[in-house]
Design a protein around this ligand. Structure first.
Ligand code: ZN
Ligand code: ZN
Length: 124
């Protein structure tokens, strides 16, 4: 598979029983549908996110990113709770691409959410 951002080769990295593709150049991570949701809840999974984050800054603003699986243009999914933060997601296969460092970011944020008291959910 080719990296959708810098077109370098992607290698398979494994965390426990889950395989993820990681770009050998920019360190971007490719997750098959919802894999990142499952992985981010698991302790130690940030170990797969070893890419150089300075590269991520370079690639993050890329306007058109095409799915490495089916070639469809990927949509930007903005995380409303954590702007300015977005990931690219394929509308067809639901694969998700995260730049280096973004998975760790998401993961830390998810933990923060759990610790924070829930506001605005009480009935009026
Ligand atoms: Zn890359
Ligand atoms: Zn796709």
């Amino acid at each position: 598979m080719e990296c959708p951002k810098c077109q370098a080769r992607m290698e398979v990295v494994r965390f426990e029983d889950t395989e993820v593709d990681r770009c050998v150049r920019c360190g971007g991570l490719w997750f098959d549908r919802l894999e990142h949701e499952l992985l981010k809840r698991r302790a130690g999974s940030e170990a797969i996110d070893t890419g150089p984050t300075w590269q991520a800054a370079m690639h993050d603003g890329q306007e058109r990113v095409f799915c490495p699986v089916d070639g469809v243009q990927m949509a930007r999914m903005v995380n409303a709770a954590q702007p300015p933060f977005w990931v690219e997601s394929c509308p067809v296969c639901h694969g998700t691409f995260l730049d280096a460092g973004e998975f760790t970011n998401l993961k830390e944020h998810a933990l923060g959410e759990l610790l924070r008291p829930q506001r605005g959910e009480r009935a009026p």
